[in-house]
Design a protein around this ligand. Structure first.
Ligand code: MN
Length: 164
């Protein structure tokens, strides 16, 4: 079975998108303030955050006060991914790839598709999320603007926040 990915839009103290990849039974997570961009020229800062449990993948609602602040959450994109990381033609397991600071993976979501990469850029831990050039790359498309709602419920983050 393919591992899942989820991107949750989270209106905490500062709006961000939590990008999560299933790795060995947990959701490895990065907070991406500007969200993913299908434009390969747009490198998006991705700050590692705590692993989340698999059950959290379909969570929508308003979080309590937590380390990263309370606020509304929607499932902005959801699907499966395939690890594309390789070295000298041999697949590097995704957990190893992430531990080494570079992973390439193919997303099959409702909104996002094609190859993407997460790369650690500094010893103190910041990463970049970048669209790899392929037929899914599109500099003219900003899905955070054109498709803001939940892929599970259709609700916007404002509607979820208002419902409490
Ligand atoms: Mn968050």
């Amino acid at each position: 079975m393919s591992p899942i990915f989820v991107i949750q839009k989270h209106d905490a103290r500062r709006l961000h998108y939590d990008v999560r990849l299933e790795v060995d039974g947990v959701l490895k997570s990065w907070a991406v303030p500007r969200g993913p961009s299908p434009d390969p020229a747009q490198k998006r800062l991705a700050v590692p955050t705590d692993d989340h449990s698999m059950e959290y993948a379909e969570f929508e609602g308003v979080t309590g006060s937590g380390r990263y602040g309370s606020g509304a959450v929607i499932v902005w994109d959801l699907g499966v991914y395939r690890n594309l990381t390789e070295k000298s033609g041999v697949e590097v397991p995704i957990a190893t790839a992430l531990a080494q600071g570079h992973a390439k993976f193919l997303l099959q979501g409702v909104k996002l598709g094609g190859a993407w990469a997460l790369t650690r850029t500094s010893a103190d831990g910041d990463w970049l999320l970048v669209k790899v050039r392929d037929e899914y790359a599109d500099p003219s498309w900003d899905p955070t603007e054109s498709q803001p709602g939940s892929v599970l419920s259709g609700r916007t983050i404002e509607e979820v926040a208002a419902a409490g």
